[in-house]
Design a protein around this ligand. Structure first.
Ligand SMILES: Nc1ncnc2c1ncn2[C@@H]1O[C@H](COP(=O)(O)OP(=O)(O)O)[C@@H](O)[C@H]1O
Ligand SMILES: [Mg+2]
Length: 302
């Protein structure tokens, strides 16, 4: 990867391309969250490398897949730091574009003493991915993992590119945004956590309503027409369904330290496994579950 590439070289084979968000995380610990118009001085900041797409790419690389990231950062220190971190984790960043005049995406995270967090995201360069960026990055990949922090349009392009090249589309709707039916139908699988599962069924915002039950993966296969669906259920594991049937994969009992980014690890490890020779969804879900459950025993999203 550090060798200068000769234009006559064939492109290296890529197992997984992740089309998704890259952010700098900025953490501040506060005694309580500010109300409207108020300023609260806390402890920090501490910065970290984030963005769900980038976290997924790191997890896929860690799971042994040749992984490339497709995303966008600003022409700033935070962007260069994200590129360095991705490269250091073994992710190919040749298709991460650096946008002059835009900031690198940022997640402003306040954490209260009860461990609860509140997050504001400024997408910055993430929202600037263009059609040709996505098509060029997706060429030749076995699995295209599309994640909605870059907005709906790049996810649509990623799905089209995957269909054109015969790649498997793994779709993570985190956050849930309106997507064309054809994109959901092409997902194999659609990967959602419990609250996203509710929002896919009932629309954005529905997860906040009291008493909304988490739909099963089979419910979501029927509702969306997806080829397959995985609903991750935190410590309860994951529910997996395709058009033939469904199974529950339990999570191992672990000593939980920090569950931040567990879903990202799950999606990345799942995509990595699906790109390999044993590409059954059940086998991949079991491997992803093991990786995600191990990740919650350590601090941080990566
Ligand atoms: N408390 C936990 N114990 C064991 N595994 C966990 C726990 N929380 C999360 N995981 C693992 O991470 C995966 C994703 O977690 P989940 O909470 O469903 O998603 P998210 O990170 O989006 O909240 C789970 O399917 C499981 O494998
Ligand atoms: Mg969770």
């Amino acid at each position: 990867m550090t060798r200068p590439s000769d234009p006559s070289d064939p492109p290296p084979p890529v197992d997984v391309v992740v089309v998704g968000g890259i952010n700098q995380d900025v953490f501040v610990h506060v005694d309580r969250r500010p109300g409207p118009g108020e300023t609260v001085v806390g402890r920090g900041p501490r910065t970290g490398n984030g963005g769900k797409g980038a976290n997924m790419a790191v997890a896929a690389a860690r799971a042994g897949a040749a992984t490339a990231m497709c995303g966008a950062v600003g022409d700033d220190g935070a962007g260069r730091e994200q590129l360095t971190a991705l490269t250091g984790a073994g992710v190919d960043v040749a298709h991460v574009v650096t946008r002059a005049g835009l900031g690198t995406g940022v997640a402003l995270i306040s954490i209260t003493p009860d461990g609860e967090n509140a997050i504001v995201v400024g997408p910055g360069a993430n929202a600037s991915l263009a059609h040709d960026d996505v098509v060029a990055a997706s060429a030749g990949a076995r699995v295209v993992l599309a994640q909605t922090e870059v907005g709906a349009e790049p996810v649509v392009w990623a799905a089209e590119a995957a269909a054109a090249s015969g790649a498997r589309l793994v779709l993570s709707t985190a956050p849930v945004v309106p997507l064309p039916a054809a994109v959901l139908e092409a997902a194999d699988p659609l990967v959602v956590n419990a609250s996203e599962a509710i929002e896919v069924l009932h629309g954005p915002g529905a997860a906040a309503e009291p008493g909304s039950a988490v739909p099963s993966a089979a419910d979501l296969v029927r509702h969306t027409g997806a080829r397959s669906v995985v609903v991750t259920l935190g410590g309860a594991g994951a529910d997996v369904a395709d058009r033939h049937g469904s199974t529950r994969v339990p999570a191992p009992e672990v000593q939980v330290v920090d569950t931040t980014g567990a879903g990202d690890v799950f999606a990345g490890a799942l995509a990595a496994r699906l790109a390999g020779p044993d590409s059954t969804l059940m086998g991949a879900a079991a491997a992803a579950l093991a990786a995600a459950s191990e990740s919650v025993t350590r601090l941080g999203a990566r």
